[in-house]
Design a protein around this ligand. Sequence first.
Ligand code: HEC
Length: 230
Amino acid sequence: MYRNGVLPSGEPITALVAGDVPIVGTQFSCESCHGRSGMGAAEGDYVVPSVAAQFLFAESPQPARPAYDKDSLAKLLREGVTPSGRVLSPQLMPRYQLADADVDTLLAYLETLSPGDSPGVNDSTIRFAVIVTDEPDTAERDAVVAVVRRFAEDINRQTRNDGERWDRGYTPESKLPTVFREWAIDEWVLSGAPSTWRGQKARASPRCTSASCHRSNPGSMKSSRASGKS
Ligand code: HEC
């Protein structure tokens, strides 16, 4: 339902936008606006809020509303009214025609969205690993890794001041500070027989968020902060 706009029955979800324009869920799935992760997005002045259960079922300071429960979520989806009584823009958020059982199914799915931090992400950094093998052609390998590092440097250069930028538009949400994280690239070099690679990768990718634990395994792992601060 969330990803493809299809009901458990196999029929498309139906909804109205802008008050009276009928649509089917396959045209506008929840995912197409709220994202695969359920974390929402900001597009110019518009903010698409997060719908991951951990955020919906908690009080929100901005825009202020109490936590959702199952009934208030059903009301929001059908009528566009939040638990604080705010009516969402009918142009932005469709009004869905959903049976109670379908709301239950959707809710169970929202529980699975972004339930914790992704591996490699902490408050300041997003770590990516480029996985290469220690084959003799180091020039080719280094070229591949260099492109990825350069890309991360560009991203960091573009976003380096964004953490200080509070005002991104007219709505109250867009006046909140945004957390920007620096990208860091790790190089994981797998060695030995291919049959051992899976084990080497598993050792190298624990759910850890500190830089040190990424440096310890496997054999030769180079880590760099792709710094764009210069
Ligand atoms: C066309 C884009 C779009 C689609 C499709 C869409 N949403 Fe939304 N949704 C929004 C926007 C934008 C808002 C905020 C509107 C506002 O603040 O006026 C919103 C608000 C919400 C909220 C309120 C969140 C809060 O914190 O109060 C929930 C819950 C929600 N959507 C769930 C869903 C689900 C579940 C689906 C699929 C069945 C869905 N949305 C499909 C754009 C969309």
